[in-house]
Write a protein that binds this ligand. Structure first.
Ligand code: SF4
Length: 295
């Protein structure tokens, strides 16, 4: 059941721009997410074990966005708006509600730059508006020499294997379809890349899987590729740690002992593992001549 809610504010100004995602603002027209990734950072008791059954739509989001953006534009406070930081901007109900599309029209009107982060193929529907934003947005002064325009498109992957995706991201479009949309974005001239957040220990961060990821994205001619490893939280039944450990037990029983050893008392992998992961990513980005940051 989809809840329709009204909110007091919809555009959040960040305290400090994140160096990975370049967000000066975040905008979330929906709450919860139909893609249901087990490792998702928004998981917890608020939304229950199936995120797709707790979706909310902020029905006054566009009206509020118009008011808030107008004020920031009048003060010349231009900066990237990230869509979306705590859901995907193209969850299934976007087809019906079209709040992301309507938000892009407002963003274009006030000439703000935009960064879309998604696992969806539906973003292709909005390439027309995103192209106009790319040409017309006013970039913050410090980013002007570093970027060619005002649209960034980041596609999110924890794997490029459809079967693995089906275990950990049950509601999301298949990785193979995401790759097709990424290719179309790059062929259309967007500044587009991927976030590999999170790569899954011993499953998608193996040498073999990493080679597949890097070679695939190199062939796609991505502008950047941002990797990070897994963090999981909580021991409640709807928490990401519980859901991930249950999935490992069911689908990768041979890895259960290692996952328990690393995660039962921690939300992140041990330092030696994170250091080795970091070095491996540096080595691969160098080998494939890829950037590990947008700028
Ligand atoms: S797509 Fe993003 S927000 Fe949605 S469930 Fe997956 S990780 Fe969470």
């Amino acid at each position: 059941m989809i809840k329709e809610i009204k909110v007091k504010s919809v555009l959040n100004k960040t305290k400090k721009r994140d160096t990975w995602f370049l967000d000066d603002y975040t905008f979330n027209p929906y709450q919860s997410c139909s893609y249901n990734c087990l490792y998702c950072y928004i998981r917890g008791s608020k939304y229950g074990t199936n995120l797709a059954t707790s979706l909310s739509v902020k029905t006054n989001a566009i009206e509020l966005l118009e008011k808030q953006l107008k004020k920031h534009a009048e003060k010349g406070e231009y900066g990237f708006i990230v869509l979306s930081s705590v859901t995907d901007p193209y969850i299934n109900i976007e087809k019906e509600y079209q709040l992301t599309r309507k938000a892009l029209e407002v963003i274009l009107k006030y000439r703000f730059p935009v960064h879309i982060i998604t696992k969806s193929t539906l973003v292709e529907r909005d390439f027309d508006l995103l192209k106009e934003i790319h040409q017309q947005a006013i970039l913050p002064e410090d980013l002007q020499p570093k970027l060619s325009g005002g649209t960034l498109l980041t596609f999110s992957f924890s794997t490029i294997d459809d079967q693995i995706g089906n275990i950990f991201e049950t509601g999301a479009p298949k990785p193979s379809l995401r790759i097709e949309t990424l290719q179309k974005a790059i062929q259309s001239g967007f500044h587009a890349g991927v976030s590999m957040m999170p790569l899954l220990p011993f499953i998608t961060d193996t040498t073999e899987h990493l080679e597949k990821l890097f070679s695939t994205f190199k062939k796609c001619k991505v502008n950047y590729l941002m990797p990070a490893t897994l963090t999981v939280f909580g021991n409640g039944k709807a928490d990401s740690k519980t859901l991930m450990l249950n999935a490992i037990k069911k689908h990768f029983p041979e890895l259960e002992a290692r996952y328990l050893r690393y995660f039962s008392n921690n939300h992140q992998l041990p330092k030696f593992y994170r250091n080795a992961f970091h070095l491996k990513m540096k080595e691969l980005t160098k080998t494939y001549n890829l950037k590990d940051r947008i700028i």
